[in-house]
Design a protein around this ligand. Structure first.
Ligand SMILES: Cc1ncc(COP(=O)(O)O)c(C=O)c1O
Length: 399
């Protein structure tokens, strides 16, 4: 009997999808479910995006496109990132992929040999570990718990970079914590990075449009421009424009890396479809009122979530300042039981919560922090409020 490749054995189904699937089953069985589990923005792009897609279909060439990305898309992205603060890039610094996830996978293939080390902070987005495992990289996690507001410190980074990992992967704003680094914090980390020239830096900043409280979006290259020669900025249409299903991700980075990704694309995906490209150009180049309005809406929902969670005795919720997630420390519940169901960890907590109240959240261990759970709060406010009430009632019934 032929065997599957070893790397498939290292690939795990997404822990987030397991909870989402269970919630779906319960819903199909007639239960009233409030789903805080999936990280979807829950809005659609502006009408101009659909108009551009329809217009593109009316003169579709039906052909393959560029491995790097169509010039119109690269130019629109260049303008977009210039507004963010990345000046001086040209088309040769860019490449595309089927969403940021595939871009990150491509980057792992392009930068990491088997056995090479990649380091990132925990809590981390689940796919970082999964992708590293598939390509056979060694993962070095820098634990950043709730007591340090889930943020990486310069000292921790300095210590981790001493072993010269091949790649440092950074995520700001963060999924799952919603934390955002200030300009000062980014500058302090950048000072450390310049002292460690053997490490590639990937900044997965796909939530850069979802930053609250006037903090603004900051990148290491804004503080230390010399880092440009080994820093890769990852962006996506998914969260900013409410287009997760359209699957467009992009990078801006050194020419050698953009070229490597483009070469990998020629073996993996060839190109993005024409209609998707047209929609992506419209999203970048068109009015930005939808992302701006959504950012304000999410900031308001963040306030609702933090107020509700902070009112639960023993629950600690570092205040998110971006994206659309909250990541409360729920470990106060461990060792207790809910109507006879004992809870000893985050997985049992989320299972019991879903079963008893119909609220689906993702256990923190999926993100490398088993004291917490993730709440994705993009649902309508009535549902959000009701879900939070159920969580509060669940806690008050613990004994
Ligand atoms: C931090 C982070 N990076 C990357 C991705 C992947 O995004 P995309 O939809 O562009 O593949 C996600 C999606 O949830 C994410 O949260």
């Amino acid at each position: 009997m032929p065997q599957l490749a070893q790397r498939v054995g290292r690939a795990k189904p997404s822990a987030i999808m397991v909870i989402a699937e269970k919630a779906k089953q319960l819903k199909a069985a007639g239960r009233d479910i409030i789903n805080f589990s999936i990280g979807v923005p829950n809005f659609l792009p502006g009408e101009h995006v659909y108009a551009a897609a329809r217009e593109s279909l009316s003169h579709d060439s039906g052909q393959y496109g560029s491995n790097r990305g169509a010039d119109a898309l690269l130019d629109a992205f260049l303008t977009h990132i210039e507004a963010l603060g990345f000046g001086g890039y040209t088309r040769s610094n860019l490449s595309i992929g089927i969403g940021a996830k595939q871009v990150l996978y491509n980057l792992a293939e392009a930068l990491l040999n088997e056995g090479d080390e990649i380091c990132f902070a925990a809590p981390y987005w689940t796919s970082y570990r999964d992708i590293a495992d598939i390509v056979g990289a060694r993962v070095e996690v820098m634990p950043c718990g709730p007591e340090q507001s889930y943020k990486l410190t310069p000292g921790q980074l300095d210590a981790a970079l001493a072993s010269k990992p091949k790649v440092f992967l950074f995520n700001n704003p963060s999924n799952p914590t919603g934390m955002v680094y200030t300009g000062k914090e980014i500058a302090a980390l950048a000072e450390v990075l310049v002292r460690h020239p053997d490490t590639w830096i990937i900044t997965d900043d796909i939530y850069n449009a979802m930053v609250f409280d006037g903090i603004g979006y900051h990148n290491f290259v804004f503080a230390r421009p010399e880092l440009r020669e080994r820093l890769i900025f990852v962006d996506s249409l998914s969260k900013t424009y409410g287009m997760p299903g359209w699957r467009v991700g992009l990078i801006a980075g050194p020419e050698s890396v953009a070229k490597a990704l483009t070469t990998l694309n020629s073996s993996h995906i060839t190109s993005l479809p024409e209609v998707i490209t047209a929609a992506a150009v419209a999203a970048f180049a068109g009015p930005q009122d939808v992302p701006q309005a959504k950012c304000a809406e999410f900031a308001g929902k963040r306030d609702i979530v933090v107020a509700a969670l902070s009112a639960i005795p023993g629950v600690v919720c570092p205040r998110p300042q971006g994206a659309f997630y909250a990541f409360p420390d729920i470990s106060i519940a461990f060792g207790k039981s809910h109507h006879g169901v004992s809870i000893s960890n985050d997985v049992e907590f989320c299972a019991a919560l879903l079963e008893a109240t119909g609220v689906a959240c993702v256990p923190g261990s999926a993100f490398g922090e088993p004291r917490a759970m993730r709440i994705s709060y993009t649902c309508p406010t009535v549902q959000l409020t009701s879900g939070l009430q159920r969580i509060e009632q669940f806690f008050s019934a613990l004994s």
